[in-house]
Design a binder for this molecule. Structure first.
Ligand SMILES: NC(=O)c1ccc[n+]([C@@H]2O[C@H](COP(=O)([O-])OP(=O)(O)OC[C@H]3O[C@@H](n4cnc5c(N)ncnc54)[C@H](O)[C@@H]3O)[C@@H](O)[C@H]2O)c1
Length: 357
């Protein structure tokens, strides 16, 4: 009988890491998940991913949880040496643009140094194993805001018929936030291990990844957070751009399936822009309309000051991903994504008011 493959997933309690873990276990992989619930330290109790990690351990016998810190270089080396995984998915991070300014050392140590620790351990103990890194569109800083835009009644969009942003945009000489800078450092390290050491490392620059598993807080997890506000009656604050800022949403399940495509056909140091694309793009005002259509009238206030460096309109151009992974299709359209998150927060009377994870 063929030996079961082993994947190592960092941030396995988080939105993307937990979805990757579920998909891998369902496809008969063994998974070692690293997560020390640092999201709770970043965002407080509401941000904790411990219940998700617990549920994975309960639901999948092929899942093993390791609560180490990716900043702990020796612990990471020891784990890689012992396990020598066939596939690495690295999602552990300080994930918030705005939070980074108040925790600059931790942001850099987790995002940049933690990634370096994983890359060196992978090079030394399993250099042939495909390695997916979840980068971010914030590596482009606020450069997307310099593109010509058109203002519509409920959204901004690109002028000149541009469909989206591709990988040729410069990551240099723009305002990034400390988060964007620490992720750009990690993004470049991943590219370098791919090019210099010829390792199969893929860099996926995501925009808004979403799904019902997000431990959403105001500072991270936009779509889950706004849906949660609508469903639970909490007031939502729009920051700037008249609420017309646009994001393209991709479900974490579609991200996990893409990473498996990369495992099957890896390339060394390749960069991809990853998002839901134009069909899955929505402004905040359009999101509010969609939720009202589902019967959830939002209470919201408006603060004219936009978040520093916030994108006005970001839609990923998926041409390169579709060319390199022709079997990959997005299964989740925006309506289905929103309905699924609504289900998470809606409280059916039969549960006695308990929400599921
Ligand atoms: N969710 C998005 O919209 C989005 C968009 C672009 C990029 N990304 C990137 O994708 C990755 C995953 O995002 P997510 O939304 O799943 O984040 P998340 O916060 O839900 O999950 C990250 C997990 O990593 C864990 N973690 C943090 N620091 C750790 C450390 N030092 N050691 C071990 N574990 C640690 C956290 O406890 C958390 O469970 C991040 O790198 C993020 O920058 C996410």
């Amino acid at each position: 009988m063929a030996k079961k493959k082993l994947a190592l997933v960092t941030g396995s309690g988080g939105l993307i890491g937990s979805e990757c873990t579920r998909v891998l276990c369902q496809q008969r992989w063994h998974v070692v998940g690293i997560d020390n619930d640092m999201r709770r330290w970043f965002f407080g109790e509401a941000g904790s991913t411990a219940p998700v990690a617990k549920a994975l351990q309960k639901n999948f016998s092929a899942y093993r949880h390791v609560a180490i810190d990716i900043r702990d270089r020796q612990a990471i080396r020891d784990l890689f040496e012992a396990e020598r995984p066939d596939f690495i998915i690295h999602t552990a991070a300080q994930p918030s643009h705005d939070k980074a300014a108040s925790v600059p050392y931790e942001d850099f140590d987790v995002n940049a140094v933690g990634t370096m620790n994983l890359l060196v351990a992978a090079r030394d103990f399993c250099r042939e194993s495909p390695f997916c890194f979840t980068s971010t569109n914030k590596v482009y800083g606020d450069r997307p805001n310099s593109l010509p835009l058109r203002e519509f009644q409920k959204r901004y969009d690109y002028a000149n018929g541009r469909d989206g942003i591709d990988e040729s945009m410069s990551i240099d000489a723009s305002l990034h936030s400390l988060f964007g800078a620490s992720k750009a450092a990690a993004d470049l390290l991943c590219q370098e291990f791919g090019r210099y050491f010829k390792m199969p490392v893929g860099i996926f620059r995501a925009g808004c990844v979403t799904g019902p598993q997000h431990s959403a807080v105001e500072l991270h997890g936009y779509l889950s957070y706004i849906v949660m506000c609508a469903v639970t009656g909490r007031e939502y604050t729009i920051y700037g751009y008249k609420g017309k800022q646009v994001r393209d949403q991709i479900h974490s399940h579609d991200v996990a399936r893409l990473f498996l495509e990369f495992y099957a056909a890896p390339r060394c140091g390749e960069v991809y822009n990853l998002g839901g694309g134009r069909a899955n793009s929505l402004s905040i005002l359009e999101t509010i309309d969609l939720l009202e259509g589902l019967g959830y009238k939002m209470r919201y206030s408006y603060d004219p000051a936009n978040r520093i460096g916030d994108h006005i309109c970001y839609i990923a151009d998926l041409t390169k991903i579709r060319a390199h992974f022709p079997n990959w299709r997005q299964e989740y359209r925006i309506g289905r994504i929103v309905e699924e998150i609504v289900q998470r927060y809606a409280v059916p009377a039969s549960t006695g008011g308990k929400r599921g994870i």
